[in-house]
Design a protein around this ligand. Structure first.
Ligand SMILES: NC(=O)c1ccc[n+]([C@@H]2O[C@H](COP(=O)([O-])OP(=O)(O)OC[C@H]3O[C@@H](n4cnc5c(N)ncnc54)[C@H](OP(=O)(O)O)[C@@H]3O)[C@@H](O)[C@H]2O)c1
Length: 266
């Protein structure tokens, strides 16, 4: 028996990094997946990797590339996912990375892009998915939404200004939705990556120390209590738990996955 036996889940940002790590782990545990990202070729490669992985126990029911920075595309992708899987039991919203930059480097378009991908697109996806998720709850399939956010919501970093300013909105959405649509039996939780080794982290490392990004990664390892940078699979196992019936009483939680980096006592 696999934890996600046949649960129908839409994952965004699925071609690489955190979204790919999550998709891989969900597929290992029996999920039926609909995957999306920006670049069709990279998405196709990701789908092939999961299909060829001997540990895959679920299926990829469908996939298509879409630009989530454009209003309307979040809604379209949910409709495609529902059609392909004949319903929907879960969503993992991995936001496209917003453009990095100090405040004075960023344009109005950068701010618009960032707010679209960090909050509006998530809202659109949940709105469009709501009827299908309610149907899932009525059929006792225990629907669950997982938002991926960022430690920048708690510890602002001037190199990623828009992320630091706007991620907190997704934390707010997590908690308000948990109270609002929780009453239909739909759970909403967030996972908060610290530093996870992906293309995005490498580009930030290069921005911090252009001639020696590895030095920046070493400085991160020194400040992380567990002494290592996280992997996309570390994120995947937490998403797996939150999408599974094993977490059926967890709603509105905002869970750090950061090796102990972030400390707070209240
Ligand atoms: N890595 C970390 O340490 C870390 C820490 C905190 C927060 N985060 C956040 O977690 C999220 C995922 O980060 P990551 O490290 O996994 O990044 P990544 O490895 O660069 O992957 C980004 C993913 O987003 C997709 N994407 C990019 N632009 C898109 C668009 N306009 N529309 C739809 N999809 C788009 C990419 O698709 P293609 O491959 O098709 O381009 C890819 O699947 C980001 O929001 C990032 O800021 C990451």
């Amino acid at each position: 028996m696999f934890l996600l036996n046949g649960k129908r889940i839409l994952v965004t940002g699925a071609s690489r990094g955190i979204g790919f790590g999550i998709s891989k782990i969900l597929a290992h545990h029996g999920a039926h997946l609909y995957l999306t990202s920006l670049d069709p070729t990279r998405l196709e490669e990701a789908v092939q990797k999961i299909n060829q992985d001997p540990n895959t126990r679920g299926i990829i029911a469908g996939y298509s590339a879409t630009d989530l920075s454009r209003p309307g595309n979040g809604s379209t992708i949910v409709k495609k996912a529902v059609d392909s899987m004949n319903g929907l039991d879960g969503i993992v919203y991995v936001p496209p990375p917003p453009p990095p930059g100090f405040f004075n480097e960023l344009t109005s378009d950068d701010w618009r892009y960032s707010s679209q991908v960090l909050i509006h697109s998530a809202v659109e996806i949940v709105k469009t998915a709501l009827d299908s998720l309610k149907e899932s709850a009525r059929s006792n399939r225990n629907p669950s939404i997982v938002f991926v956010t960022s430690i920048a919501a708690w510890e602002p970093d001037p190199v990623i200004t828009t992320s630091s300013a706007l991620r907190i909105a997704l934390h707010g959405l997590t908690q308000v939705l948990a109270r609002d649509i929780g009453r239909y039996g739909i759970r909403v939780n967030a996972i908060v990556p610290g530093y996870i080794l992906t293309d995005r982290l490498m580009s930030l490392a290069t921005k911090k120390i252009p001639d020696n990004p590895e030095k920046y990664l070493d400085s991160l390892r020194e400040k992380i209590p567990l002494g290592r940078i996280g992997t996309p699979e570390d994120m995947g196992y937490v998403a797996l738990f939150l999408l599974s019936d094993a977490s059926s009483y967890i709603n509105g939680a905002i869970i750090p996955v950061d090796g102990g980096l972030h400390r707070k006592t209240i």
